[in-house]
Structures are given as structure tokens and as C-alpha cells.
Design a protein around this ligand. Structure first.
Ligand SMILES: *Cc1c(COP(=O)(O)O)cnc(C)c1O
Length: 384
């Protein structure tokens, strides 16, 4: 929030005066907090990640610790790039790594979505960082309303968009946030072919929580059809439980990746520190752990949905590690009321006041089984 009055801002550039920054979900310091508001993973990262970090500092040579941190990290995160390329079965030149996918997104807006007066299209209910990047980089955009069922209507609103020459790019999360709904991969393919001359960016922050995360991912299109205009963005923050390490990446044609590297190397050459690079590699190398925890979250989600339905909630079908839900009697049990009541029990969930039609929905991160049981117990008391 910009609470500064203008006379205090004489040192500020005009650029900064115009900004209205993204507001992240809160990270309160409360004991026994049941934190279901920012889509973090309820489980720890792979134990191999922690072991790798410990080993890094506990080498036999007592000088090594200092040596490691005295020196700059590899600017291109080459080993991590190679690990990800092998994991996804693409070329090294098709991977770009950044400091969280938020940074990767920022570079993508700057390097690929900014085309003079053309507009970037994205949904009105979506990741709220997209309009913030547009403002930061001075990019025109148009927010396209979701259908009344909260779906992205790709066929009508994007493929049949009237003035296609005005479009400079398309981006949305798949599954979308905060709804959790998936767009069918065939429609994404049609976007790639219909808009062959503009970048199509699919933000797959939550794709690993789709039951079939392989066939629903745009990666299959990239590998089978090699679309030149398709960029996929992934993060270690959600399904790999490494939000605290800030690791994100993009996968796409090497021409798109080169543009991202131009932007990165004109801004910050060392976006990932030494620890993040080795932690990320260790995470990718522990596939069993990854699959187990991914499935655990999916199973807890299914259970939570059933329990909420019993309490008379409507839940949008979610392929993510959160659900978007409202009580059917939202006159009596408004979103704000439920959010405030839950807070009395130290349970925090996220809610958005705009647009108006989502104000009664709670976005609830899938916690561990115990947290979700507690949530249901308290909601039963609140609405019971
Ligand atoms: C969480 C999230 C991100 C950001 O992830 P980081 O890698 O932690 O920066 C990007 N896109 C969407 C849709 C998200 O929900």
C-alpha cells in the first residue's frame, strides 16, 4: 500500500511513484499457527536436500566453508540447468533458471511480452502479480473475465479474440490460481498454433498437484511439437517444498531462453546462490520423495473436499495444492466472516475482495492431514 504522501517522495523516481506493488500473503509469527494462506507445501523438502546442504559445509578441509561462500556462484546455474534438462528430457539450451519463478516471470514479461502497444492477455481472476509486472515494465494488458464457472474460456475469449494483431502475448497459470481449474492441453496447443507469432506462456506453478501432471503439462506439446512460441514456467516453491530457497525455471525453445538470459545478464548475473543451486539438484534427484509427497497432498485434498461438501460448501474442482471454496449460505457465512472466525483458532486462509464475485470464496492451502482435520473441526463449529 502506498501510504506515503507525495511531498515525502521527492527522492522517488516517477516510475516508482506510479507503482502499486503486489502484496504477498502474510507470514505472521504466531505459535501453533495453522498456515493455509500462501500455498506452501505442508511437508519438509526431501531429507536429501538438507543432507546436501549440511555436507556442503562439513567438508573435511576446514577452509572449504569459507572458500565456498567467498566465491561467486556459477552465474548460469549450469549443473542445475543440466539436471533439469535431463529430468525433463530437453536440451540444456531449453532451460532458464531464476530466483523464484516470480523472477523468471518478471524476465519473461520484460523479454518476451513487451511489444510496443500490443496487449498481453490474461484472466481477470488469476495470479495477481501479472498486472504488477505489466505496470512495472509499462506493458499494455487486458484482463479477460473468467466464465461464471470460473473457467478460462480459451475457445471463445482467446482463440476467437477479435483483434488478434493487437495481442502481444498470452499468459495464464495452469492450473489457474486461485481457482485450481485446469485448461485442457488441446486448447493450449490451439493457442500455440493460432498465435504462432506471439509468445504463449503457461505458468505451471501447481501442475504437479494435478493427478496426471504429465499429460496435463504443456511440456508434452513442447517435446512432441516443438512449438517455438511456447514457454513453460515452473517453481520449486510449491511441489518441491522449497519456497524459502527461491528457485524457479522456464522451459522453452532455445530462442526464448536466450531472450531470458539477455534480460537476466542485464540485471543480475547471479540470481541463484550456491546453496540454492545444490539444494535444487538434490531435490530433483530424489524422485521417490517427490512423488510420495505429491500424492499425499492430492489425497489430503480429496478428503478435504469431501469433508467441506458435508459442511455445505461449494468447491471449485482443484488440480492444485489449494482449493477455492465458499459456503452455500454465503449471506450468513460470508468469506470475511469465515476468515475472521478461523483466525480466532489461529487458522489463516487467503481471501480476495476483488473482483466482487470471489469475495465469499476462501482460498485454502492443502495442509497436512492434521491441519485439515482441525480446519474441518473448527468450520463445523462455525457453520454448525
Ligand atoms: C506461487 C506462484 C508463483 C511464484 O512462485 P515462486 O517460485 O515462489 O516465485 C508463480 N506463479 C503462480 C501462479 C504462483 O501461485
Amino acid at each position: 500500500m502506498n501510504t506515503n504522501n507525495n511531498s515525502d517522495n521527492k527522492f522517488w523516481s516517477d516510475n516508482v511513484k506510479k507503482l502499486s506493488p503486489y502484496v504477498p500473503g502474510e507470514q505472521p509469527k504466531i505459535n501453533n499457527l495453522v498456515k493455509l494462506n500462501t500455498n506452501e507445501n505442508p511437508f519438509a523438502p526431501s531429507p536429501k536436500v538438507l543432507q546436501t546442504i549440511k555436507d556442503y559445509f562439513l567438508q573435511n578441509n576446514e577452509n572449504t566453508n569459507a572458500e565456498f561462500l567467498r566465491l561467486y556462484p556459477n552465474p548460469d546455474s549450469s549443473e542445475l540447468v543440466e539436471t533439469l534438462a535431463n529430468y525433463h528430457n530437453v536440451e540444456n539450451s531449453q532451460i532458464f533458471v531464476g530466483n523464484g519463478s516470480d523472477e523468471v516471470l518478471a524476465f519473461a514479461f520484460y523479454a518476451l511480452l513487451n511489444h510496443n502497444n500490443k496487449k498481453v492477455l490474461f484472466p481477470d481472476i488469476s495470479y495477481s502479480f501479472y498486472p504488477v509486472y505489466c505496470q512495472f515494465f509499462n506493458i499494455n494488458f487486458q484482463q479477460i473475465p473468467l466464465t461464471t464457472n470460473f473457467e478460462i474460456d480459451v475457445a471463445n475469449d482467446y482463440l476467437n479474440y477479435k483483434n488478434k494483431d493487437e495481442v502481444g502475448g498470452i499468459i495464464f497459470p495452469n492450473p489457474n490460481a486461485p481457482t485450481g481449474l485446469l485448461v485442457n492441453i488441446n486448447l493450449i496447443e490451439k493457442l500455440c498454433t493460432t498465435y504462432a507469432n506471439i509468445p504463449i506462456i503457461i505458468d505451471e506453478a501447481y501442475i504437479d498437484f494435478a493427478e496426471d501432471n504429465i499429460s496435463n503439462s504443456a511440456l508434452s506439446l513442447l517435446k512432441l511439437k516443438q512449438y517455438k512460441n511456447l514457454l513453460i514456467i515452473r517453481t520449486f516453491s510449491k511441489s518441491r517444498a522449497l519456497a524459502g530457497m527461491r528457485i524457479g525455471y522456464a522451459i522453452g525453445d532455445s530462442n526464448l531462453i536466450t531472450a531470458l538470459n539477455y534480460a537476466k545478464n542485464s540485471f543480475n548475473s547471479y540470481p541463484l546462490d550456491r546453496i540454492s543451486q545444490i539444494a535444487a539438484i538434490a531435490s530433483v534427484n530424489d524422485e521417490n520423495y517427490f512423488q510420495n509427497k505429491r500424492n499425499e497432498v492430492i489425497n489430503i485434498r480429496k478428503n478435504l473436499v469431501l469433508n467441506l461438501q458435508k459442511l455445505n460448501f461449494t468447491i471449485i474442482p482443484s488440480a492444485a495444492n489449494f482449493i477455492f471454496a465458499k459456503h452455500n449460505n454465503d449471506n450468513k457465512f460470508s468469506g470475511e466472516f469465515l476468515q475472521n472466525e478461523l483466525r480466532k483458532y489461529n487458522i489463516i486462509v487467503r481471501r480476495f475482495n476483488s473482483p466482487e464475485r470471489i469475495k465469499n470464496y476462501l482460498r485454502i492451502t492443502i495442509g497436512d492431514a492434521q491441519q485439515c482435520d482441525l480446519l474441518i473441526e473448527k468450520l463445523a463449529e462455525i457453520v454448525g
